[in-house]
Ligand binder design. Structure first.
Ligand SMILES: NC(=O)c1ccc[n+]([C@@H]2O[C@H](COP(=O)([O-])OP(=O)(O)OC[C@H]3O[C@@H](n4cnc5c(N)ncnc54)[C@H](OP(=O)(O)O)[C@@H]3O)[C@@H](O)[C@H]2O)c1
Length: 294
């Protein structure tokens, strides 16, 4: 990874933090996106220990807000002439339904729209840096869920875990649709399940949900183990041509039928672009080497 630039969200904690440190230890230069100054500076200090002599950097943004997603993408694109890997990883689980300043449901905004907007805002840099990679941290929690396009903001029958599962389904569909749309650009796009990992995840979800997640964490794997598939997708030669796949334990895995639904992926792309106020039809420049879209 020496000489490679890796942009990652959600690296102030848990799986993202370990993945960033491992990639820094492999020689990459990390560009973090974080919302909290204290945790951000601490993460940057740890990176400097893991990957000494490299100018790791940080940008601040609350990834639940559209204006912040767009601003930080613009800021990073302005600062980084090339981006070899983008890791969309920040995520959260909300016990009760809340709306962001943009009127979007918080889980949908943070876990899905932010992945979409940041990727879109960095697309020119990714295309110019091909071969490059986009990696979405999704989850097996997508299982048992289907998108309801008449209620993407979960106004009806809100259930924190169900809405979280749907947002993770969005991550898989987004990675697949990105792979399809950017085929031939030299930029691959994949998603992954890290396993059930003992992190801060769920601690702030509130009430019974936090209690349940805390109990379940007794059976969870370590963040070191949970970060393995992200590091693999970011750095391994084995996956350099694979695009549109879902990974678990560093292997291609099969997500649910709903997560392989091409029509849903296309529709989600268009609806998200509309909600984010972004044109849906940006096309990569022609003539790059082909990726194997699975
Ligand atoms: N833990 C699991 O078992 C598990 C399983 C499957 C998938 N995942 C996925 O793995 C990813 C990482 O989760 P984790 O387990 O490592 O949880 P975590 O320890 O809670 O880390 C979440 C990260 O996301 C950041 N974040 C959350 N909301 C944000 C916002 N509005 N703006 C900017 N950053 C924000 C957090 O920042 P702060 O430090 O400021 O809070 C933190 O860095 C998530 O996408 C999650 O869905 C986790």
């Amino acid at each position: 990874m020496r000489g490679k630039v890796v942009v990652i969200t959600g690296a102030t904690s848990g799986i993202g933090q370990v993945a960033a440190e491992k990639l820094a230890a492999l020689g990459a230069r990390l560009v973090l996106v974080a919302r909290d100054k204290t945790r951000g500076e601490a993460a940057l200090a740890r990176l400097r220990e893991a990957g000494a002599g490299v100018a790791h950097s940080i940008h601040y943004a609350d990834l639940s807000r559209l204006s912040e997603m767009k601003r930080v993408a613009q800021e990073i694109a302005g600062a980084e002439p090339r981006i070899d890997v983008l890791i969309n990883n920040a995520g959260a689980l909300f016990g009760t339904r809340q709306l962001t300043a943009d009127g979007l449901e918080f889980t949908f905004a943070t876990n899905h729209v932010a992945y979409f907007v940041l990727t879109d805002g960095l697309r020119a840099r990714l295309w110019a840096s091909a071969p490059a990679r986009v990696i979405n941290t999704a989850s097996d929690a997508h299982k048992g869920n289907k998108l309801d396009f008449s209620d993407l903001q979960s106004a009806n029958n809100y259930s924190g875990f169900k809405v979280y599962g749907r947002s993770k389904l969005c991550n898989i569909l987004h990675a697949r649709e990105l792979a399809r749309r950017w085929a031939g650009s030299g930029v691959t796009s994949n998603s992954l399940h890290p396993g059930f990992v003992a992190t801060r995840f769920g601690d702030e979800s509130g009430g019974l949900l936090s209690f349940g997640v805390r109990m379940a964490k007794n059976f969870a794997i370590s963040p070191e183990k949970g970060a393995e598939t992200i590091v693999y997708l970011a750095s391994s030669d084995e996956v350099k041509k694979i695009s549109g796949s879902y990974f678990y334990k560093c292997r291609v895995a099969t997500p649910t039928r709903e997560a392989q639904d091409e029509d849903a992926a296309k529709r989600l792309w268009i609806e998200t672009a509309k909600l984010a106020g972004i044109p849906a039809d940006a096309k990569p420049p022609e003539g790059r080497s082909g990726d194997r879209v699975i």
